[in-house]
Design a protein around this ligand. Structure first.
Ligand code: GLU
Length: 533
């Protein structure tokens, strides 16, 4: 169509008609379709928190845009004002940025084809509805709520699916004028046509749904003048130059309706792909009310954005030969993304995978010279809040909060923890303070000569001077063990319990090295003091 107009333009239209031509062109082709640039969008309604399903839609659109050097747009669909939750838009934008999904155009960033908030575009919808009324693709419907309710009840009584009977399609011009003059409220409906050809779903392949067979003509402008989702969505996708629509499969049945709207306007439609349902592990449907599926929840629980993104793409697919034990950065995900590899089967959430990805992300941060200082600061705050009041002397505080100590703690526990917060769990208490209930009464069961052994260990460790390395610590302890005829695991257990209160845990060499010489010596002295008094 656009090419045809171009031809028409060059051959027939004189220059004074250029304005007319560009108006026509606007009706037919979106700017970016003409430019060949990929433009995709995430179009949430601001009705609550960003949910895992929403994040998946946003992410795949974003990856698609990045993989094609295109643009990713955030549009807020807030025309149903009764469902709008205050602050929801802001929360959505904040969470997308947290997840590193940054829109190229959005209500906040702005852009050339805004506004990006539908409630600020009402004048646009009004302009475009005129076009459909003019060309006969839409009509005014004056049916009262009472009549519509009656239709619904009647159909239910006959065990049929309720649908509007398209009565007002056939109102005469004079009747319409008369009703309008009387001020009878009306909505505007789209005339559905029979659909015989399937559309090509980018994910599911050919999809045929003859909407007219199942539904009455849908309302596109409500009686309060607000557009419905279908109308505003299509107008905006067109005007914003959207080339591909990737959205949840719950919208698949709406797509034929949207395609009819494109046809009514004479516009080229974008390509559509629908993402399958995400299910809980037990196969049940996800509910927006599940608190553990909000992105804010993941953030608050200390999950890394990269872990969440890898988790989502692990479920949804889109990659060839994906190594599941590998954490990909957003850039890598974008580089490797292939829309034709998206899963079409409903996918189940396996939270263990998220834990696995978070462990990988934490390890990656610990290893990164730029991320590690941020982790150290976060850990400092966490420890301050959890144990600050119990770190009695300023010398101990200085030791525990020193960057060197926190760094050693992180490096030594890399791979053992999934979240930074794990370091506050009971089994890590010893890292920060002398545990409250040291099980010193259980030491005699390990060896009768426990106190003597500990005294010797203390002497030997003090004598390690500057050599307080893992190897030296282990060597020194082994020697003491031999001296008392104790097996290595026995003396190690004795020391582990004395220092940390743990019966099982990390190797003692690592544990003492991490605590450092001063703390180790203090802990053993403290235990001996209790044992002897
Ligand atoms: N506003 C719709 C939603 O809340 C957008 C659906 C679409 O992407 O077309 O999901």
């Amino acid at each position: 169509m656009a090419r045809l107009l171009m031809k028409l333009h060059s051959k027939i239209l004189p220059s004074c008609h250029i304005r007319v031509y560009s108006q026509l062109r606007e009706w037919c082709t979106s700017p970016s379709q003409a430019a060949g640039e990929v433009r995709v969008r995430f179009a949430p309604s601001p009705t609550g928190h960003l949910h895992l399903g929403g994040l998946r839609t946003a992410l795949y659109n974003f990856l698609f845009a990045r993989s094609k050097n295109g643009k990713f747009i955030l549009r807020i669909e807030d025309t149903d004002q009764t469902r709008v939750v205050p602050q929801a838009t802001q929360m959505l934008e904040t969470m997308l940025l947290w997840a590193k999904i940054s829109p190229d155009e959005s209500p906040t960033v702005g852009g050339p084809l805004g506004p990006y908030l539908q409630s600020q575009r009402l004048h646009i919808y009004h302009k475009y509805i005129g076009k459909l009324l003019e060309n006969g693709s839409a009509y005014r419907c004056f049916c009262t709520n009472m009549r519509l309710n009656w239709l619904r009840n009647d159909a239910t009584r006959r065990n049929e699916t309720p649908k509007y009977d398209n009565k007002c399609r056939s109102l005469s011009f004079t009747k319409i004028q008369e009703l309008q003059r009387q001020g009878v409220p009306y909505c505007i409906r789209l005339k559905l046509e029979k659909i015989t050809e399937p559309f090509q779903d980018l994910i599911y392949g050919p999809f045929l749904y003859d909407v007219a067979d199942h539904e009455g003509d849908p309302v596109i402008i409500k009686s309060d003048g607000y557009p419905t989702y279908h109308f505003a969505n299509v107008i905006d996708d067109h005007l914003m130059g959207i080339t591909h629509v990737l959205r949840g499969v719950e919208w698949q049945m709406s797509t034929p309706k949207h395609l009819l709207l494109y046809k009514a306007f004479g516009w080229t439609a974008p390509l559509f792909g629908h993402l399958p349902l995400i299910l809980n592990k037990d196969g049940s449907k996800l509910s927006k009310r599940q608190g553990d599926l909000h992105i804010e929840y993941y953030q608050a629980q200390g999950y890394f954005p990269e872990a969440v993104l890898n988790f989502v793409t692990d479920i949804g697919g889109g990659f060839e030969n994906r190594e599941h034990s590998e954490l990909l950065s957003v850039e890598e995900l974008a580089r490797k993304f292939d829309v034709s590899r998206l899963n079409k089967n409903s996918c189940r959430l396996d939270k263990c995978k998220l834990e696995q990805y978070n462990r990988l992300a934490l390890t990656k941060c610990i290893k990164s010279p730029t991320e590690l200082p941020l982790l150290i600061t976060q850990l400092q705050n966490l420890v301050q809040n959890a144990f600050g009041k119990r770190l009695l002397s300023s010398a101990v505080q200085a030791r525990v909060f020193s960057t060197d100590y926190l760094k050693t703690v992180l490096i030594m526990n890399e791979g053992r923890i999934t979240h930074l917060q794990d370091l506050l769990k009971p089994e890590f208490t010893y890292v920060w303070i002398v545990p409250d209930h040291l099980p010193l009464d259980q030491l005699p069961a390990i060896t009768h000569s426990h106190a003597e052994v500990l005294e010797t260990v203390l002497e030997v460790l003090i004598a390690t001077s500057d050599n307080f390395t893992k190897e030296h610590i282990v060597e020194a302890i082994k020697c003491v063990g031999k001296q008392y005829g104790l097996k290595i695991h026995v003396i190690m257990k004795l020391i582990r319990m004395t220092v940390s209160g743990l019966k099982e845990g990390p190797p003692v060499g690592e544990m003492l090295f991490m605590l450092g010489k001063d703390t180790t010596v203090e802990r053993i002295k403290h235990a001996l003091y209790i044992l002897q008094n």
